[in-house]
Ligand binder design. Structure first.
Ligand SMILES: Nc1ncnc2c1ncn2[C@@H]1O[C@H](COP(=O)(O)OP(=O)(O)OP(=O)(O)O)[C@@H](O)[C@H]1O
Ligand code: SF4
Ligand SMILES: [Mg+2]
Length: 363
């Protein structure tokens, strides 16, 4: 049943991503979608990858899964799964990893399910692709998977089509399909953004429960720092194709250093806000990934920015807690940072004034 290549227990990290660059050659120029990302993930742990639309979250997860369009693609760096190098493998070679080792849940359950195939068949096909079991066993396993993702009347649901289910139920089916072959690592790319808020929490809780039971590792991708706050062991904040801050979750919330992380945090909905209150958004737009700014990529929008930021890109540097790293010349919570913010506020720079006005945000 299990592929012999994966039978031995590998002692190192489950996933090691080192200096991954994924660029696309287009008519408009070279798009640097992912530009030198590194992280590791241990078995059973969750890393949250957070950032605004277009920062490279999906391209990063697809780079690890080997699910990228080939047109114009330039790939560099290393992705090791249990020590096996995945960069450079052909789609045929990657198939040994998909499903049984690495699996993925996408944002929109309607596009990831086949609309004209019954739910039961979609799950059993996924099971039988990876496990050498007969039809009856696959059917029983499909039913127990639907039960484990809390779908009522699972036997009846197996005979239904995706459009007969609600959005939340469809996403539960996607989770069942993704878990069918017992992967060691699950990528969940904005798995709940298409769902309403109460269903979102149920689906996220369900994923966390399945993850614990299966001792599965997870990469949870979202634009909302609030979604990963209580669910990830570690958080990596992405901006313009790079990780700009990474830390164990508690350390990040206690001692964040990047002005961008602070800005993302101030855009999380608070319980004290009325439901119709508009949230603070980060002023300005993310940079063009074809011609990004020369220095710090966040400089045009940063409340703390100084002349140095325009010229020199900050390297990743360690924070006070183990595993904390960030890229910033004038970090939040330091005398240099406070001075930079004060100066910009006195000069009336909009981002600084907006941030200072929103300083009731509890960090
Ligand atoms: N095949 C491609 N060719 C050219 N550019 C691409 C391609 N795929 C993605 N991009 C660009 O790469 C950048 C990162 O895209 P990506 O989809 O990873 O963002 P994201 O962080 O997942 O955003 P969202 O939150 O909206 O899903 C974007 O600027 C996007 O336009
Ligand atoms: S202070 Fe400078 S280096 Fe730090 S995030 Fe702002 S622009 Fe970038
Ligand atoms: Mg995306």
């Amino acid at each position: 049943m299990t592929d012999s290549r994966f039978a031995e227990q590998y002692e190192g990290p489950l996933l090691e991503v080192t200096d991954v660059k994924t660029h696309f050659e287009t008519d408009r120029g070279l798009v640097r979608s992912v530009d030198g990302v590194s992280f590791t993930l241990e078995r059973g742990k969750t890393i949250g990858i957070v950032g605004e639309s277009g920062c490279g979250k999906t391209v990063l997860s697809r780079s690890v899964m080997g699910l990228l369009p080939r047109r114009g693609l330039i790939r560099e760096g290393s992705v090791k799964f249990e020590g096996h190098e995945l960069v450079g493998l052909t789609p045929k070679e990657m198939r040994a990893f998909w499903g049984s080792q690495l699996s993925m849940i996408f944002q929109d359950p309607m596009t990831s399910l086949n609309p004209v195939m019954k739910i039961g068949k979609q799950i059993t096909e996924s099971i039988r692709q990876h496990l050498d079991v007969d039809k009856e066993f696959a059917n029983d396993l499909a039913e127990s998977l639907l039960t484990s993702v809390r779908i009522p009347e699972p036997r009846r649901r197996l005979g239904e089509y995706p459009h007969q289910l609600s959005g939340g139920m469809r996403q539960r089916v996607c989770i069942a399909v993704a878990l069918a072959a017992g992967p060691k690592l699950l990528f969940a790319d904005e798995p709940t953004t298409a769902l309403d808020v109460t269903v979102q929490a149920q689906v996220l809780d369900l994923m966390a429960e399945q993850q614990r039971e299966r001792f599965m590792a997870m990469v949870l991708i979202t634009h909302d720092l609030g979604v990963v706050a209580g669910r990830a062991d570690e958080i990596a904040v992405m901006y313009a194709g790079r990780i700009v801050e990474k830390a164990p979750t508690n350390a990040l919330f206690r001692d964040l250093k990047m002005p961008y992380t602070q800005a993302l945090l101030s855009s999380i909905p608070k319980l004290s806000h009325a439901s119709h209150t508009r949230l603070a958004t980060i002023p300005g737009r993310p940079p063009n990934l074809i011609n990004p700014p020369k220095g710090c990529k966040f400089e045009p929008r940063c409340a703390y920015a100084q002349d140095r930021c325009k010229e020199e890109e900050p390297p990743l540097q360690p924070g006070a807690s183990p595993g904390h790293e960030f890229r910033c010349w004038f970090p939040v919570g330091t005398p240099e940072g406070a001075q930079a913010l004060e100066q910009n506020c006195a000069d009336g720079l909009p981002a600084a004034v907006a941030l200072t006005a929103a300083s009731t945000v509890v960090i």
